[in-house]
Design a protein around this ligand. Structure first.
Ligand SMILES: [Fe+2]
Ligand SMILES: [Fe+2]
Length: 191
């Protein structure tokens, strides 16, 4: 029978061979591991991204960015700030400002990615002799997307190193479950 265990991508939470992660770990890992996998799919798609030869790839990548990745990450950050962070702040928990500041920097990078992707889509839609322009823009897109994934992964790891102990300590499972549901909504419903 095939091994159905999924490899943990987090560097902050130790891999558990049983797959039975605690609630305070899962509440971070469920949204974060989903985002990590989606970003890896994006990187793999860009490895084979040749919109001059295959213009449909520009449309597919841009649609995925605008209708899934951008709203999923934006929704995740918003819910952290408005529900998750806010809830624990009210319990007297202090946490690094960097976590919220990172959200702004990451969203600015993601907007830059969507701008370049849009530019590529426009160039291939226009047709004509713009192969070199498309090639340059594709290199730029690959580079800024890979940099974004590295920063985003660092951010997710920083949260995973900090929050599980806080959640475990305060352990108000019922209220925290509500924020978990909001996280899932962001990932599943926002597109
Ligand atoms: Fe965050
Ligand atoms: Fe997060």
């Amino acid at each position: 029978m095939a091994d159905t265990k999924i490899q943990l991508l987090s560097r902050a939470v130790p891999a558990n061979p049983t797959g039975n992660y605690s609630f305070h770990e899962k509440s971070l890992l469920i949204p974060h591991e989903t985002l990590r996998r989606e970003m890896i799919y994006g990187q793999k798609a860009l490895e084979h991204y040749d919109p001059t030869a295959h213009p449909w790839k520009a449309l597919c990548f841009h649609t995925w960015l605008m209708e899934f990745l951008f709203p999923a990450i934006h929704g995740h950050h918003e819910l952290e700030e408005n529900v998750f962070f806010d809830y624990y702040k009210k319990l007297g928990v202090t946490f690094p400002d960097k976590q919220t500041d990172d959200h702004k920097t990451l969203m600015a990078s993601l907007r830059q990615i969507t701008d370049v992707s849009r530019r590529i889509l426009d160039l291939v839609s226009l047709g004509g002799n713009n192969t070199e322009q498309v090639k340059t823009a594709v290199e730029e897109l690959r580079s800024i997307f890979n940099t974004f994934v590295t920063h985003m992964d660092d951010h997710l790891n920083e949260e995973e190193a900090f929050w599980p102990a806080v959640v475990e300590k305060h352990g108000e499972v019922r209220k925290h479950s509500i924020s978990l549901i909001f996280f899932l909504n962001a990932l599943i419903l926002n597109p």
